[in-house]
Design a protein around this ligand. Structure first.
Ligand code: ARG
Length: 462
């Protein structure tokens, strides 16, 4: 494709350099935003009298035609074009002749690419918000079904104190709600419109930036032309939100991987969401979750790519910044794929309540409650703690649990124990006794779920 800037050059650009320089293979995906941005720009050029209204009208019509043809698959991207912006403009000039050449008045590709990128990321952020909301709904719906499903809670991956499966799932709900909140926050800065910054120093034409901003649904135009063309914070912020979201998905994945193992067997994945082994016929592997865990590294890498690419750049636009797109798009594609694959996997997995309950019975996770029982009967906590430690040692010796240890043995260690100890250390009693705000009791978790639903609604409006 002939270069629009060929006038200054005596030779054609080397073919390899052309390929090296070209971004159309990855920025073509912004064609809709590029054309919508150009339609708004042309409309503004006509309204301000910078070009004739009739010319603005034909530019808009021409651009709409290109958009329709690209949407219908009737127009193909030219792989030799320098980028999507050059491709659309060249196609427009092919269709309209000289009028097409007026579109780029009072504009540069530097502000154009910033505009397209922001518009594209706004659309993607909205979609990521909506699929993350679906993930949140999936998690709290599952939680509603497991308010009394006892699960051992762990610290250091050692059984610690009893919680419920509902409480555990709701911890993830909090993480993903924060991710949506961060998406909203990042969208505030994505919502500032850079067109009119031009190459770097704005323009002498009497453009109306507010009009373009309004036409494209932005909240306001950007305030500084140098910053308008050289800011990529919004891509870094979005990728950082996605890296954090992936880290959350990866932690959930790691737990699911453990829960699927024979050692835990707390859940079983639906056959549609698991894979087999080519050699070991008995295997059912949680590949999805392992891939999510693996792909998290990739998104973190995308964030590092962007930060490293930007850190040494003087103002204003530098071609290094063309590298922003592949990293950001990769982070978006990867996160979307992971969220939309994990959600139905969670919806279809089987929760093996009895195995959770059995595991909870084993690790003396009611030992704290046993000590608290003595405290409630008047003993100082440190004495109660020591007595309970002795009881645990006896249980280990006799291969018993605190639930199966005879009252006589309890009494040998401390006279204060009565028959009601068994009720006090019952796992459901232990869980439901923790009914403070944020606790694992059915009552607390029910309140948690209601609050999460409300917060989700508020965040989705934001
Ligand atoms: N394709 C470029 C990018 O993605 C846009 C063009 C920038 N302008 C320039 N003068 N090279 O960043």
């Amino acid at each position: 494709m002939a270069k629009m800037w060929a006038g200054r050059f005596k030779k054609e650009v080397d073919e390899k350099v052309n390929d090296f320089n070209s971004s159309i293979s990855f920025d073509a995906r912004m064609y809709r935003q590029d054309i919508q941005g150009s339609i708004a720009h042309a409309t503004m050029l006509g309204a301000t009298g910078i070009i004739a209204t009739s010319e603005a009208d034909s530019l808009v019509k021409g651009l709409k035609g290109i958009l329709a043809d690209l949407d219908a698959g009737q127009l193909e991207f030219d792989p030799t074009a320098e980028d999507i912006h050059m491709f659309v403009e060249a196609e427009l000039t092919k269709r309209l002749g000289d009028t097409g050449k007026r579109l780029h008045t009072a504009r540069s590709r530097n502000d154009q690419v910033a505009l397209d990128f922001k518009m594209y990321l706004k659309d993607e952020a909205a979609e990521i918000k909506s699929i993350t909301a679906e993930l949140v709904r999936t998690l709290y719906t599952l939680a509603e079904q497991h308010l009394d499903t006892i699960l051992p809670g762990y610290t250091h991956l050692q059984r610690a104190q009893p919680v419920t499966f509902a409480h555990h799932l709701m911890a993830y709900v909090q993480m993903f709600l924060r991710d949506i909140d961060r998406l909203n926050d990042c969208c505030k800065r994505l919502d500032l419109m850079p067109l009119g910054s031009c190459a770097l120093a704005a323009t002498t034409y009497p453009i109306d930036r507010q009009m373009v901003s309004d036409l494209l649904g932005f909240s306001a135009p950007t305030q500084n032309s140098l910053d308008g063309v050289s800011d990529r914070d919004y891509a870094i912020e979005l990728t950082s939100v996605l890296a954090t979201l992936m880290m959350h998905l990866s932690r959930l994945s790691e737990e699911i991987i453990q829960w699927c193992s024979w050692e835990f067997k707390f859940i079983e994945l639906d056959d549609a969401y698991a894979t087999g082994s080519s050699i070991m016929p008995q295997k059912k592997n949680p590949d999805i979750t392992e891939l999510v865990r693996g792909k998290t590294g990739r998104v973190v890498g995308d964030l590092v790519t962007l930060l490293s690419m930007m850190k040494g750049l003087p103002l204003a636009y530098n071609k290094d910044m063309q590298e922003d797109k592949e990293a950001t798009f990769d982070a978006i594609d990867t996160a979307k794929l992971c969220i939309t694959t994990m959600t139905p996997m969670l919806q279809t997995m089987r929760v093996l309540k009895d195995n959770m309950r059995k595991a909870a019975a084993k690790g003396f996770i009611n030992a704290t409650d046993c000590a608290d029982y003595l405290v409630k009967k008047g003993l100082p906590f440190r004495d109660a703690y020591k007595i309970t430690g002795e009881l645990v040692a006896i249980c280990i010796d006799q291969d018993k649990t605190l639930e199966t240890l005879e009252l006589a043995t309890y009494k040998q260690v401390c006279e204060t124990f009565e028959e009601d100890i068994y009720e006090a250390i019952d796992l459901l009693t232990c869980v439901n006794g923790r009914d403070t705000l944020g606790g694992p009791s059915a009552k607390s978790v029910t309140a948690q779920i209601a609050a999460a639903k409300q917060q989700l609604n508020t965040l989705m409006e934001g």
